[in-house]
Design a protein around this ligand. Structure first.
Ligand SMILES: [Zn+2]
Ligand SMILES: [Zn+2]
Length: 336
């Protein structure tokens, strides 16, 4: 399975690099990291808490991330070991993260940075605050530090997710947050033939959301927006970027949250999420120019609103023109 997953990753990377010359260098830089993430999945030391039928039911009905109810059992020494392995990998391939690792090593020697302790504090839903704080201490770019941290964390969380979420998305969890770790979906994949948006009335889920923190794929309700929950006729919309093939942008007419949707033929659990996210970065400015917001930004605002006004619907505050606050209805609809 590992070899097949790596082969699929490399084929897809070669195809994307050929079709997107602008991204060829970025793909070349990140491919060793993506490959290592797959190899390391079998080498990490985790002992996740056993999941019960009650935990399953809760995850299905309330979408409370399992991480909030169960211990992941990720061993600190395993985080430490992978951090050292990452250091070797970056230096061996001369990847442009050497400066970050040098700064981390100097801080470690001063006693200002303990990799295993810092990595253990990172959460998928902290919106990058912990990474930004550490980057300031180290004097490095937050994005580069984030890439390294995710490279170490993903194999651990992938193993946790595999223990808690067997069958990769066989349960339809609600919403845009990962049912395992609580991270926001960074992409969606669509298994409809020819890239044609699937009917939301289909019995088989065709749109899967993907978590970039733990690699879980799940199928949310086909009828409701993964951000605000609207299922009103005409709210589920999409467009293709002019002059490009492939990625579709799905968005909600009520809350304006969008998701990039990648056509995919393979199984949901072999979808190269990080690679696809890397080569679709140019689509985000297109979406923002249309007045759309990322799912992450929408949910972060909704969470903050919920904390300030716990009795109000977050969508009612965030969304404009009174279209929000609707709850998922029963009438099926096609994407408009
Ligand atoms: Zn996750
Ligand atoms: Zn919405």
């Amino acid at each position: 399975m590992t070899a097949a997953t790596i082969t699929a990753l490399e084929r897809r990377a070669a195809c994307l690099a050929a079709g997107n010359p602008v991204y060829a260098d970025l793909i070349a830089i990140h491919l060793p990291l993506f490959r290592a993430q797959i190899l390391w999945r079998r080498q990490v030391d985790v002992a996740p808490a056993t999941i019960s039928a009650r935990d399953w039911a809760c995850a299905r009905e309330t979408a409370t991330p399992l991480r909030q109810r169960l211990s992941s059992g990720i061993a600190a020494r395993s985080l430490e070991r992978l951090w050292r392995a990452l250091d070797s990998l970056v230096r061996e391939h001369r990847l442009p993260f050497v400066d970050v690792l040098d700064a981390a090593a100097r801080a470690e020697a001063r006693g200002d940075f303990v990799p295993r302790e810092w990595l253990a504090t990172l959460r998928p839903d902290d919106e990058g605050d912990e990474v930004a704080k550490c980057a300031a201490v180290l004097g490095v770019a937050p994005d580069a530090l984030n890439t390294l941290a995710r490279t170490v964390l993903l194999p651990h969380w992938h193993r946790v997710a595999a223990a808690w979420w067997p069958g990769s998305g066989s349960v339809r969890a609600a919403g845009g947050r990962c049912p395992v770790c609580g991270g926001v979906a960074i992409l969606a994949s669509c298994r409809a033939v020819g890239g044609t948006p699937a009917s939301s009335t289909s019995a088989t889920p065709t749109r899967w959301l993907h978590c970039g923190f733990c690699d879980t794929a799940w199928a949310p309700s086909a009828l409701a927006c993964p951000a605000c929950g609207s299922s009103a006729a005409g709210d589920a919309r999409y467009f293709f970027c002019p002059g490009t093939e492939g990625p579709r942008l799905d968005f909600c007419g009520a809350c304006r949250a969008y998701l990039k949707v990648i056509p995919a033929d393979g199984a949901a659990d072999s979808f190269p999420v990080a690679l696809e996210a890397l080569v679709t970065l140019h689509l985000d400015p297109v979406a923002l120019d249309r007045g759309l917001v990322t799912l992450r930004d929408y949910l972060a605002t909704a969470d903050a609103t919920r904390q300030m006004h716990p009795r109000r619907s977050p969508a009612a505050v965030v969304c404009a023109k009174g279209k929000a606050g609707r709850t998922a209805g029963d009438s099926p609809e096609e994407m408009s």
